[in-house]
Design a protein around this ligand. Structure first.
Ligand code: GAZ
Length: 264
């Protein structure tokens, strides 16, 4: 069987969703992943395939059809590849998992806005917003599965969607000192989050990798853009993140140079 190709940014949460799904299905080898360096101008051949859009991941089927949007690609791979169906097959249960998945956009945006925020005065308000979204997740899980760990009995589609985002939010612990409060009203979402983070199908990235690669996001520069005074993005593949020092935690103060970050 000919393989589909996924064009992706290795540490991107949207792409990790696909890797997790493939892992759960036992189909990791069914797709070839092609790395795109977003710190360089985009290959015109790829731009033509995507009809001008640059967001990744993008899947190309063996006969050249293009599918965009991680949630859509997840559905496609779940249905097109062999292996157990990861989404719930019961229509009502599937509707329930989709209601949870619909919450991922606002949740992701709130955490990214907080890490990228540069106005210290806006910090509390942004933190409150994120906490309120965690409370919403807690309520949803409590209602649908009060005594369980995952939304249903096992790590499934909703978990594949949220886990990569929970992992990126390690950057909030590091650069914002933000942790979800340990209060009874968040108990259910704490249980969920911790089980998601620990699941064996979701170990594609590490905390150290996320913290080091997302330093530029903490300075307000997203998507491979360069912060002022820098020549190399923290997303650069070389030198490898393992060889670089931990970036300074203080994001509102003076910023670190390429040299201090181990990028040159
Ligand atoms: N909805 C799409 C999906 O596939 O689910 C999102 C894909 C996407 O945003 N991909 C980004 C990309 O390819 C990388 S990940 N960018 C390169 C380009 O040229 O477009 C998320 C944010 C945010 C900032 C960054 C990101 C992020 O808010 O993780 O909020 C959700 C980008 C300020």
């Amino acid at each position: 069987m000919q393989k589909s190709t996924v064009y992706h940014i290795p540490v991107c949460p949207f792409s990790q969703r696909l890797e997790i799904l493939l892992e759960l299905k036992g189909q990791r080898e069914a797709v070839s992943f092609e790395v795109v360096d977003i710190t360089r101008p985009r290959d015109p051949a790829l731009l033509e395939k995507t009809r001008g859009t640059t967001a990744l991941p993008v899947l190309e089927t063996p006969d050249g059809k293009i599918i965009k949007e991680s949630l859509v690609i997840l559905d496609y791979l779940d249905e097109a590849l062999p292996g157990p169906l990861i989404r719930r097959s019961d229509p009502l249960q599937h509707a329930i998992e989709r209601m949870l998945i619909v919450k991922e956009g606002a949740f992701t945006a709130a955490g990214y806005s907080l890490v990228m925020n540069q106005k210290e005065k806006a910090r509390d308000q942004m933190t409150d917003k994120l906490v309120a979204l965690y409370a919403e997740l807690d309520d949803f899980l409590r209602f649908h599965n009060p005594h369980g760990i995952f939304l249903f009995d096992d790590f499934g589609l909703a978990e594949a969607v949220f886990t990569p985002v929970f992992m990126r939010f390690w950057f909030l612990e590091y650069y914002e000192g933000f942790e979800l409060p340990r209060r009874a009203e968040f108990d259910r979402v704490h249980v969920w989050r911790e089980a998601c983070l620990a699941h064996e199908a979701a170990q594609q990235v590490s905390r150290e990798e996320v913290v080091k690669l997302y330093y530029d996001y903490a300075l307000g520069a997203g998507n491979g853009a360069l912060p002022e005074g820098r020549k190399r993005s923290s997303f650069a593949f070389e030198p490898h993140w393992r060889e670089r020092p931990w970036p300074p935690r203080e994001k509102y103060g003076p910023t670190a140079s390429d040299k201090a970050l181990g990028l040159v």
